[in-house]
Design a protein around this ligand. Sequence first.
Ligand SMILES: [Fe+2]
Ligand SMILES: [Fe+2]
Length: 138
Amino acid sequence: MSNMVEWKTEYRVEVLKTDEQHQNIFKILNKLATAIEKDKDRKTLSYILSDLVKHFSYHFTHEEIYLECHPDFDAHHQKHWELTEEILDFEKRSRKDTAFNFSDVLNFLNNWLENHILKTDIEYFQYVREKSFIESID
Ligand SMILES: [Fe+2]
Ligand SMILES: [Fe+2]
């Protein structure tokens, strides 16, 4: 299954709840990969996309509570906002377009999440921790 993604320890931001949410999103992305592989109907695949919208939104809101004291918080929030808009658009289009390409969307989301965690989340959490804005790791 080439489209499966695996959460790796290098993705840790060292805040338990955030790491769990990231792992959870990877699980749903893999659920979508499996459903595509099994040729599930468009309605089922769209439903998984709507589940992703919910989990990403919840996660972003939660993560932003930790990171809002970062001086470049707005840039991070912007990335979250853009992705949310994009998935909402994917979800809407997937319900109408009979030729909607779920595999492309899956690849895009897999890459986005991996890059975002490695290049943005980790750096922001590190800064906030160093400045002692997070007192415990949970
Ligand atoms: Fe983030
Ligand atoms: Fe995140």
